[in-house]
Design a protein. Structure first.
Length: 185
């Protein structure tokens, strides 16, 4: 029961329950219609924020990630293509994934990669004195007027890096063969 006051006279009137229930239903239908009419427009307006250019197992690389990495790498090497950058990003993700499987920890992804490469590849590389001498003899024109003992450490570092790169390429190819990679460039 509701009271309605007009001047000094108070009228007592009753709002039927059917009317209240009807108003609630009407209000709900209005809300439903509003969402049905206007939500698809807003969803279609914001549906494509960023396109996925590659899937690596359950990880995605978006177009914006590729473009920002490409811009950064293009400043260093202007001849690099987007496809090369994408492949580098894929390789990096695969190596990071493997490092995390080994439960390696580091403060940054770069440190994590270095730790993984040192552990998985670099520790098994050994360059002996004969390999260093052979390289020196084959490239004697580069080392003109330089004694072997003066450059042997530099040659060893170079040979270690060359072997590391060779083994790393093999390891990455093995990881790529095992992974499910889909490129949508």
């Amino acid at each position: 029961m509701h009271f309605k006051e007009i001047g000094e006279t108070i009228f007592l009137y009753r709002i039927p329950n059917a009317f209240v229930i009807g108003m609630r239903l009407l209000y709900r239908w209005i809300l439903v219609l509003y969402f049905l009419l206007f939500t698809p427009y807003s969803l279609s307006y914001s549906a494509i924020i960023d396109r996925v250019v590659a899937y690596i197992d359950n990880t995605a690389i978006t177009l914006s990630e590729l473009e920002s990495t490409y811009e950064a790498m293009h400043k260093i090497n202007s001849g690099i293509s987007q496809e090369e950058v994408l492949n580098t990003m894929i390789n990096r993700l695969l190596l990071i994934k493997e490092a995390r499987k080994l439960r390696l920890e580091a403060s940054s992804e770069d440190e994590l990669l270095n730790e993984y490469i040192d552990l998985k590849i670099k520790t098994f590389i050994q360059i002996n004195e004969n390999e260093i001498k052979d390289y020196f003899q084959k490239n004697i024109e580069i080392f003109q007027n330089t004694e072997f003992n003066d450059v042997s450490e530099e040659i060893e570092k170079y040979l270690i890096e060359a072997e590391l790169n060779r083994r790393l390429k093999i390891h990455i190819n093995e990881l790529r063969e095992k992974a499910c990679i889909k490129i949508n460039l």
